[in-house]
Design a protein around this ligand. Sequence first.
Ligand SMILES: [Mn+2]
Length: 381
Amino acid sequence: MEKEIKNLKKAAERIQKAVENKEKIIVYGDSDMDGVSSAIILKEAIKTAGGSSLVVYFPDREEEGYGINEIALDSLKNHAPALFISLDCGIGNFKEVEKANKLGFEVIIIDHHEMLDKLPKASIVVDPKQKSDRHPFKEYANAGLTFKLAQILLGEKMPESLRKSFLELVAMATIADMMPRTDENETFIYEGLGYLESSWRPGIQALFEIEEFKGLSLMEKVSRSNALMNIREGAGKYPSAYRLLTASTVKEAKELAESLLERGLEKKKKIEEIVSEVERRITGQEEIIFEGSFSWELILLGTAASILLRELKKPVFLYRKKEEESQGSIRSPEGYDSVSAMKSCAKLLKTYGGHQRASGFTIENKNLDKFKECLASYFSK
Ligand SMILES: [Mn+2]
């Protein structure tokens, strides 16, 4: 018998029980395409299962940072007691999960990021990368994991139209997160892409009708759509991807897509500025690229780091400085595990985590120089 993903069934059963008991459920997703897709899948699955008391929350990356955080917990605490389900984040939030427990939340973590040196004290943790998980395939996007959770939750009760729509989201999220196209991911992508062009979701219809995308291949349309939905539009609002993918009319979705296209051009310029600023600062002799600024927006740093990585082929750490602390985004070449590198410098960091080649961190400014040295020495080995 093939080994199952650890705790997936347990999580589905706990959610089922919460629905039956009319417990409040908080769906807490990361604000990128994968986190948003996961949140939509879980929200719609819970509704289909009969759940009605739902709160959906995404932390604003610029204001709150990545993952479960204090600001978010403070604004959600009035909802306690509740079942708090974190999607595409949480596996590295040790202190924050403890705080959530104290506030009266029961935490379930559904994540696919690298496990750090221990697990947070959540009631259920699903993450194929936790040490005790024996499932042979570990490279699901979080949306893929959430789809599998929804399948267990709904079983035969999942309408075919919902299954297809979920797979559209899983395919787009698996591509957005650059997960390997092997094993079940391959099936998800193949099947999901097949449904996209006849999607019932107004947001997807709007994306596929964008004038600028005409003539592009399906794959190109998907990556352009993903890039578009990753644009942050307005503070304090839901992520663009969530607003677009849950829009109730094509007209509403089209208006949002248009304004995102405009913002996309501004964003591209800002990213180019970051890239050339870094190029000016470096000599080319560095072991790693480690640069930061007060004026950079955190949300742009992942893309800027990807461009620099392609050019320079060494680990790139870019951070946005604030008064006391900094937050960074990392991209590293094949064979350079940025999460292990940070593990070896963990004492200097407030939080960190992610995937081997794409990750992030929060650090007090006074530790920046030491962190850079620590990383350089790790990678020189
Ligand atoms: Mn993800």
